[in-house]
Ligand binder design. Structure first.
Ligand code: GLU
Length: 419
């Protein structure tokens, strides 16, 4: 029995079971690898603009501290619960280990519908969430970052709140900050850029001509918008984009820079064009060369997987594909090249790591250096995943996760069990 429950947590458990079986990990080692080290649940009371008090529930799950501090984003969304946050923390662990960062995984979140609170209330909630967590976090204990529903401004509030309590500026407590307050050049773009970079690499390997290729992107937040922009800049036509408000389709290719400006000003793609409206339920199964799910977890189930018409599936979101869908994709491996989430979207945490290093050293890099190093790490992890998949005759997701789990396991075994 654990407190963690729900479909997303079950998904992380199922995936781990596949990996543990593949690696022949003894049963008595499995819980130690899988179950989170710590989970913190807090109540965040704030004054609302109308003078009443409202309380929001917040969480932080720290998966393991074996390889260094825990690292991971913060999600503000109505769907947030402890099981989802735990699953996302576990995935962060395999992701950080796969790409070779000295971190365990973490994730945090607040259950809140952002459409129902004002900017002033959001600041109060962000600050209270940080303040309640102070005993449990630190630049060498747990370093947070953005995720769904959070942004640079909120990272600045987190950093400021922590710093006010310490009596000095501690930029290294959080990554994804604005460049003006200890952030790094290239972090805002990092996740989406990484997705586009890996998709381009795969297209080259599959001899797909970039200038006649098409892409579809589900989700137009930070990850989806910069992935779409990257693909657009590589010459692809981004024929469809969707977000929580709807979808747009243009067979000639959407003008992504203009759409980004619209979404930046209005908070979503809504109102961009009436003629280009499209049914969002159909976006994932449109024929295209590259499909980027960059919204929620579990959007590709077995039925959607069966109907996918892409050649490259570049997972920008965490956990977009269910284990049932993975079984379908395994059979379709020769048609659809999967770039699994823990590799595909890892550019974000890779550049978060660069931000943390720069903050600790107070020595800042040029954007060109940030991006060059990001791509180097992504390419190295891609090579390792591809080689492992070939050698063990296993799907890409199994290979990527096996490498991550193996590294965490090796770290635990060499350190031993205390006392
Ligand atoms: N939330 C992002 C992720 O899921 C970024 C985490 C980070 O930068 O620490 O990978």
């Amino acid at each position: 029995m654990t407190v963690y429950a729900g479909p997303v947590f079950d998904m992380a458990v199922n995936q781990f079971r596949v990996i543990a079986d593949h690696l022949s990990i003894p049963m008595d080692e499995r819980d130690r690898l899988l179950l989170p080290k710590r989970a913190i649940t807090i109540s965040c009371p704030i004054h609302r603009d109308d003078g009443t008090v409202a309380v929001f529930e917040g969480y932080r799950v720290q998966h393991h501290l074996t390889l260094g501090p825990t690292k991971g984003g913060t999600r503000f969304a109505p769907s947030v619960d402890i099981g989802e946050i735990a699953a996302l923390a576990i995935w962060m662990s395999w992701k950080c280990a796969l790409v070779g960062l000295p971190y365990g995984g973490a994730k945090g979140g607040v259950r809140v519908d952002l459409t129902t609170i004002s900017k002033h209330e959001l600041e109060a909630l962000s600050r209270r969430y940080m303040q309640e967590m102070i005993p449990f976090v630190g630049p060498h204990t747990d370093v947070r970052a953005p995720d769904m529903g959070t942004n640079e401004q909120m990272m600045a509030w987190f950093m400021d709140t922590y710093s006010m309590y310490q009596g000095r500026t501690v930029t290294e407590i959080v990554t994804g900050k604005p460049v003006s307050s200890g952030g790094t050049l290239g972090r805002l773009e990092a996740t989406g850029r990484g997705v586009a970079h890996l998709a381009k690499r795969v297209m080259k390997e599959l001899a797909i001509d970039l200038n006649s290729a098409t892409a579809v992107v589900q989700g137009f937040g930070n990850v989806g918008s910069y992935a779409a922009l990257g693909l657009h800049q590589f010459g692809l036509k981004v024929i469809a984009v969707g977000d929580h408000t709807g979808a747009l389709y243009d067979k000639g290719g959407l003008d992504i820079p203009v759409l980004m400006r619209h979404a930046g000003a209005h908070g979503s793609i809504a109102g961009f064009s009436n003629e280009l409206q499209f049914d969002p339920a159909q976006i994932l199964t449109l024929p295209c060369d590259v499909l980027v799910p960059a919204a929620m977890e579990r959007v590709i189930d077995a039925q959607v997987a069966q109907n996918l018409q892409c050649r490259v599936l570049a997972e920008g979101a965490n956990g977009p594909t269910t284990p049932d869908a993975d079984l379908v994709l395994e059979k379709r491996q020769d048609e659809i090249f999967l770039i699994p989430d823990i590799l595909c979207n890892s550019g974000g945490v890779v550049v978060s790591y660069f931000e943390w290093v720069q903050d600790l050293q107070q020595l800042f890099w040029e954007e060109e250096e940030v991006t060059r190093r990001e791509y180097h790490i992504l390419d190295r992890a891609f090579d390792q995943m591809a080689a492992r998949s070939k050698a063990d005759k296993i799907p890409h997701r199994t290979a990527a996760m096996a490498i991550g789990v193996e590294k965490v396991r090796a770290g635990k075994n060499v350190r031993g069990l205390f006392p």
